[in-house]
Every structure is written in C-alpha cells, then in structure tokens.
Design a protein. Sequence first.
Length: 341
Amino acid sequence: ATPTAVMVGTGVGATNGILIKGGEPLETTHKLKYVVFDKTGTVTHGEPRVSRVAMFVQSKVCSFIEIMAIAGSAENSSEHPIATAIVKYAKQTLKLESLAKVSDFQAVPGCGLKCKVSQIESILENVDKEAVKNRKNQFGSLRIKIDNPIFGNDGAMASKTYDVLIGNREWMNRNGLDVTPEMDQAMNEHEEQGHTAVLCAIDNRVAAMLAVADTVKAEAHLAVHCLKEIGLEVILLTGDNKKTAKAIAQQVVGIKRVFAEVLPSHKVKQIRILQTSGLKVAMVGDGVNDSPALAQADVGIAIGTGTDVAVEAADIVLIKNDLLDVYTAIKLSRATVRRIR
Ligand code: ADP
Ligand code: MG
C-alpha cells in the first residue's frame, strides 16, 4: 500500500471518530466476511436494570427484604453489569446507604458468584417495611412484580452468616443445587423477552430469581442491516443464555447467527473456528473478557467507552461509540484500497 493512501484513509477515519491503528488493519478491513458482535456493552448499553424479583414459595428461607439485602451485598463485590443492577436495585428499594459484610468471595466468569454475607441486621435496622411494600412497583419503565413477598418477623433477625450463590442454572448445578421446573419456567419467561435471569440461593436453597433487562443501542439494527447489505455475515457472541441471546439477536437487531453460553475464555476459540474457513473475521467488543478475541480476530474493533484492555487489544477504536462506524470503517477501507490499486 502506498503510504499516502494509508495516511489519507486513517486521516479520514480519525476525523470521523474512527481510530485505525495503521495501514495493515485499514487494508485487512476491506477483505472482511464476518463481523462478530459481543452482546453486553456492545450491542446493548450494558447497564441492565432489575425487571423482576420472584421469590420461590417453598424456600421461605428469607423475606424479600432479607433476600435483597443479601443479594445486593453479595453482588457489591462483583463488577459484572448484572451485579451493578442488583446492587442499585437493592439500595433503592430498601433505601440503604451501605451494604453488609462479604467474605470468601469467589466469582466464576460466565457462571456467577459464591460468598458469605454476614451482619445484615445492622444494615436492615432502619428499613421501613411498609415503605418497601409501597415502593416495590415504582421502578423505571419496567414493571417490578414481587411474587409471594414474605416479610420477616419484625426485628427478630438473628445475627447470622449466610452462604450465598448467585448465577445461572449451570452455576447452581455445579454447586449441587437442583433447578426445579418451577424455577426454570420463571427464568424462561424472562429469557424469551431478552432479559437475563439469575438464581439466588441462600444457605443451599434457591430462594429467588432476579431478572435484569438491558436495552439495545438505538443504531444496532441499522448497523446490522447496512453490514448485511454490503455482503457481510453478522454474528452475536455472548456468555449469556441461549434464549436471551436469540431474543435480542433475532427479534431486536436482526442477527440470525448466535453463539451463546460461550465462556469468556472460549470467545477466542469461536473466532479461530470462523477463521478456519480462510475468510476474514472482525470482532467488535468492549470488555476485558473480549480482549483476547479482539486480538485473535483479523480486525479487532473496540467501543471507545470500553475497557482500556479492549481499546489496547483492538486494531480499530470507535471513538463515538456508534455501531454504524463499523460499517463506515469498512466502506472507508474499501475506498482506500481502490485508491491504492
Ligand atoms: P456477556 O458475554 O454477555 O458479557 P458473561 O459471560 O459476562 O456475559 O456472563 C454470562 C452469565 O454468567 C450471565 O448471564 C449470568 O447468568 C452469569 N453471571 C456472571 N457473573 C454474574 C454475577 N456477578 N452475578 C450473577 N450472575 C452472573
Ligand atoms: Mg461486553
């Protein structure tokens, strides 16, 4: 490639908020066949909100207030977008300023977390139980329905340490807990709408299901449409549940092919599998989890607001965080290569 054409190409990119790290990615981009999008934080905003809390009657281990205090405290040690949503919801619903003490915290990427929560009575001292009952339906545009709220025996909570697990079905099974048809059904209902459902077990009994809903970026559908129109195949790649991923991919953004329930460590393997065809693959992502896949892809594309690790691993950075810029980058690369030849 002539240095002049590369300079013009990267320059035009830069003025449009598309940072192309050199001539090689600029040239490879015109040969792309596959564009693989990460889901959470890339196709969606990555800021899910709690859309439902369902308590399982047979458990009766804890009241709604206790469950939210325990789940909120446990998730306060995690950085996952699901965790952020649960922490925020727990604090808002219970009007808590601080959360309870967590020990022995362990997070397994793509599965969930495990920890011990103690001293919840100290944070629940000032919770107004009537106020919680009245506030429970008022969150955002999403309807919060609380099934079978069992409010605790007033003020009589013993000082106790709870064993807590929060995560997907697989995570419960791995820890020796059964997911009953009732629980599975509760999760399905939300997954079919594109929400992510997780289970919360307290002292080895599955006590509740928490569903969180993330919103799809406004331009996602148009970006996918434009990419398909210029002959690319678009794929969604996520650690999330198959039903959730399919609902978002097919109904919302128009992506037919979905690789779901892919553990973070296996995202890079999925890219390699696509590359065995000999065709060029782009990966678009934002997270720390995505960076090995961004590096493996023929062209790694990071969202500008993504984590530093992702931005560093990528060949192209979308400064404006606009998914349509994936399309713009490909058009720009094609125009540049035409100029070179
Ligand atoms: P994505 O690729 O869409 O970013 P992840 O691989 O991060 O998804 O997560 C996959 C699944 O693992 C989640 O949908 C959830 O079921 C479970 N999970 C991971 N971390 C947590 C957590 N902190 N709390 C609850 N569930 C979690
Ligand atoms: Mg992500």
